[in-house]
Design a protein around this ligand. Structure first.
Ligand code: NI
Length: 390
């Protein structure tokens, strides 16, 4: 069996160089032009068939092996965040207010490394490697746009793989879990409409602020009273706006929030109960509610067989004692749009190193990760792809 760890090790300096270059030049969702150009040039030089401009800035690279076989798609997200970097790193962001605070700079670097390792094995390959560099993971649902633009056709992937550097775990470890690993997410917007009036004459008004307070409190019973204690869901109100003056009852209050679930049946229950609570409690207060629930991403659900292959790959690279399973998060991830169509595995790649101070959480201005994860990630992905293609 090929020693992908040793092969990835030889790419170390370049992986770090690529990652730091992307880190210095973060680009927001659907604006990843510089990043995409570097990726596309790299893939072309390695002999990939390259398609650019997919979902605006996405890049797809195809490497056809010498013989026919399965199509393995590996996805890397490219976008940065509206965060002002405070790491003080010598490779810190050079763009004010923008930062790779989630590690997608590392993902792109890993994709370039994987592209290189696999290109060198093209003659041994039976099947096709499809590398997808995706824009706009952070809220723009770039994956959904790519699917609409046909990224899962010509050729259609048989297997989907993706990873995320994960600062909740130490570098040198990974977690590969079958079944659901990231939640389905919806956004809701709720307007509670009353009748404005004088703060001293509440009996002549319908107070949407009091109604909203009761709606918010009652929403917290959806998870605690309607969802099985053995299942999981979240209902969070994230914003509330109403009123301008201390002595005026405003006509309406607007709230937004998020709902997270794993199981489709739980999702259905929670969505139904949120609507019943918002409308029913508002009505009990004499107010009217308008509720809009907008689905954002489905749940990320790993295929058991593919997760087993990825687990073996991770164990081969890291050692069995360093690969866990069971990590799940209520965060969401638009890779779910690919995984609704193609069975796959999305795994967490440990990247924190507390001794080096590289353990701030994702999306934090001090976020940074141990670049050893780049080497290990390339090796695991290459090993997993090799199970299908070599
Ligand atoms: Ni991320």
């Amino acid at each position: 069996m090929a020693d992908f760890k040793a092969e990835a090790e030889r790419l170390r300096e370049r992986l770090i160089g690529w990652r730091r270059d992307f880190h210095r030049h973060p680009e927001l969702a659907f604006e990843e032009r510089r990043t995409a150009e570097i990726v596309a040039d790299h893939l072309r030089r390695l002999g990939y068939q390259v398609q650019t401009g997919v979902a605006k800035t996405g890049v797809v690279g195809l490497l056809e092996g010498a013989r026919p076989g399965p199509v393995v798609m590996v996805r890397f997200d490219m976008d940065a965040l509206l965060v002002t970097e405070e790491t003080g790193a010598e490779y810190a962001s050079e763009v004010p207010g923008r930062m790779h605070a989630c590690g997608h700079d590392g993902h792109v670097a890993m994709g370039m490394g994987l592209a290189e390792l696999m290109a060198a094995r093209r003659d041994e390959m039976a099947g096709t490697l499809k590398l997808v560099f995706q824009p706009a993971e952070e809220g723009g649902n770039g994956a959904e746009v790519m699917v609409k633009e046909g990224v899962l056709k010509d050729p259609r992937p048989d297997v989907f793989l993706a990873t995320h550097v994960w600062n909740e775990r130490p570098v040198g470890t990974a977690d590969v879990t079958a079944g659901p690993v990231m939640a389905a997410a919806e956004k809701f917007t709720c307007v509670v409409k009353g009748r404005g009036g004088h703060g001293a004459l509440p009996h002549l008004a319908v107070d949407p602020i009091v109604a909203s307070a009761q709606v918010i409190a009652a929403l917290q019973t959806v998870v605690s009273r309607n969802v099985s204690p053995l299942d999981t869901a979240v209902v969070s109100v994230g914003s509330i706006h109403g009123g301008d003056a201390f002595n005026v009852i405003p006509p309406q209050v607007e709230m937004t929030g998020t709902i997270r679930t794993y199981e489709p049946s739980t999702r259905e229950t929670v969505l139904r109960r949120v609507r019943e609570v918002v409308e029913g409690v508002s009505a009990a207060c004499g107010a009217e509610a308008e509720l809009e629930i907008q689905p954002l991403t489905p749940a990320v659900i790993n295929d058991a067989d593919i997760a087993e292959v990825v687990r073996k790959a991770a164990e081969a690279v890291l050692g069995p004692e360093r690969v866990t399973s069971g990590e799940r998060t209520m965060g969401s991830e638009d890779a779910a749009f690919f995984m609704e169509e193609v069975p796959g595995c999305y795994f967490f790649l440990g990247s924190a190193n507390a001794d080096k101070g590289l353990d701030a959480p994702h999306h934090n201005p001090r976020f940074d990760f141990d670049e050893e994860a780049l080497v290990l990630g390339v090796a695991i992905l290459a090993q997993a792809a090799a199970f299908y293609l070599l």
